[in-house]
Design a protein around this ligand. Structure first.
Ligand code: HEM
Length: 450
């Protein structure tokens, strides 16, 4: 077991800590690195300092880039504020501490790792508490661009925090294993089997889920590896998956991202500020007190049958979704952000958005108001034995209660969605996502000490 003794090397000592903090950004104010310091000894904090200077200049010029992201940042479908700016993407910093866990409301990063773990036999509630404390400390340090206290491997030595977020979730099985059966929340009842599911149980579920997102592949892998090494003796890796999404700044202007089918994906997500947003995404009444302000995360690994899809003419692809491929506008008219008119009819009286179009079948109006915040990432794992691409969507959706969110919607989609002909659900997970930790606290504290 890692006892925390492998301290970071001295050369990670932060030359930027004696700098003043910029009052506007909270970042270390700009200033030259010590003249004698070779590049290799500049810490990630020092890089952050210089990138922060670029941010201040950029902000003055009306460009939002490299900002310290707040937890009230726009929904994933909205324009990410840091896109297109001149500041280094390495400077983006999302605080770990706060009422919500990071990685739910923050603009989507370029990379994701999902890692599920099962507690080792005999690990008690105390062992779980120590692990969550260790993980929370580490996540907070890495999100600030600092090295880990234990299991540091220097993979991200030269990089800024790159908007790293780490989000922790608890699977249903955790509660029995850790002697917490009476605290299991009601929304963690197992997801039903849906028609056409082809789930690999070895790549599903898990006692603990860690979602790691960052705008840089090395920074994301660093966090994965460090957190993974910190579980030794307490838990064992169950499965891991990796995904990606568009790199911030890749498009001329901030835009909603596309999935591997080429569709603009994320437009009609619930948006912060809408009256129902909180009650759709975050837990309130009807859930245990320890989960107040938390959420539930549904994960599905959904392989896309890309050969079949790409052989379909674009106008038919658009009828499968109910939106134009080029700009994401609903087939009922307007632009991407125009409200969908599910009643619209063509001159022949036929529905403009077909009866089995994905956006009709999935819409809250078709499911008694059921809604969720989708924050999925694409994945690509090479070729399958038949030569087809092993590629698709790591579907990730946060919601106040899956029994009134994912479950009814997926039940309907699995029966009546024409998109499902091009998809295979291959893995699945459901996790309670506790609220965020205050400074000095840890994620899961409300469960273990409440
Ligand atoms: C690979 C699988 C999937 C693909 C490629 C896909 C793609 C899309 C696209 C392109 C849109 C329209 C743009 C938008 O509003 O985001 C959309 C909307 C939506 N999707 Fe999916 N989706 C997939 C799976 C799912 C699943 C599994 C669910 C939930 C069980 C779901 C729920 C929704 C919802 C709720 C909307 C918004 C509908 C509305 O109110 O207009 N999707 N999806």
């Amino acid at each position: 077991m890692d006892d925390g003794s492998d301290q970071p090397p001295d050369r990670r000592t932060d030359p930027g800590t004696d700098r003043e903090t910029d009052p506007g950004t909270g970042l270390p104010a700009a200033g030259p690195a010590p003249a004698t310091a070779p590049l290799s000894v500049l810490s990630r904090r020092a890089l952050l300092g210089s990138a922060g200077a670029g941010l201040v200049a950029g902000a003055a010029a009306g460009v939002a880039g490299g900002a310290v992201l707040s937890r009230s940042a726009p929904h994933p479908g909205a324009a990410p504020p840091r896109s297109g700016g001149p500041a280094s993407p390495g400077a983006g910093r999302v605080p770990f501490h706060g009422p919500r866990q990071a990685g739910i409301l923050d603009p989507q990063q370029a990379r994701v790792h999902l890692a599920a773990f099962d507690l080792a036999a005999g690990v008690s509630r105390d062992g779980l508490r120590e692990l969550l404390k260790r993980w929370s400390r580490t996540a907070a340090r890495l999100a600030a661009g600092e090295p880990a206290e234990a299991a540091e491997n220097q993979i991200a030595l030269d990089a800024g925090p790159c908007s790293l977020t780490v989000t922790f979730g608890f699977g249903a099985t955790l509660f029995d294993r850790a002697g917490l059966t009476d605290r299991r929340p009601p929304g963690l009842e197992p997801l039903p089997d849906f028609p056409e599911d082809a789930l690999d149980r070895a790549r599903s579920d898990g006692d603990l889920l860690v979602q790691i997102c960052a705008d840089d592949a090395l920074v994301a892998f660093h966090a994965l590896r460090v957190l993974q090494r910190q579980v030794v003796g307490t838990a064992a890796a169950r499965w891991q998956m990796s995904g990606f999404s568009r790199t911030p700044g890749a498009t001329e202007r901030p835009m909603t991202g596309r999935n591997l089918m080429g569709q603009i994906d994320g437009t009609n997500n619930p948006k912060p500020g809408e009256p129902s947003f909180e009650s759709r995404v975050f837990c309130g009444s009807g859930q245990p007190d320890w989960l107040a302000g938390g959420s539930y995360l549904v994960f599905r690994r959904i392989r896309m049958l890309l050969d079949n899809w790409e052989n379909l003419p674009v106008d038919r692809q658009e009828r499968v979704i109910g939106r134009r491929k080029s700009d994401g506008a609903p087939l009922s008219g307007g632009s991407e952000t125009t409200a969908v008119d599910l009643g619209a009819q063509g001159p022949d009286g036929a529905l403009t958005i077909p009866a089995d179009a994905h956006i009709r079948v999935a819409a809250p109006q078709s499911n008694g108001g059921a809604a969720m915040l989708r924050r999925g990432f694409s994945y690509h794992d090479g070729l399958l034995a038949d030569g087809s691409q092993d590629a698709g969507l790591l579907f990730l959706a946060f919601q106040a209660d899956p029994r009134h969110g994912f479950v009814p919607v997926q039940r309907k989609l699995s029966r009546g969605d024409s998109l499902s002909r091009f998809l295979r659900h291959e893995a699945s997970g459901l996790y309670a996502v506790p609220p965020g930790a205050p400074e000095g606290g840890y994620v899961g504290q409300t469960l273990l000490e409440g």
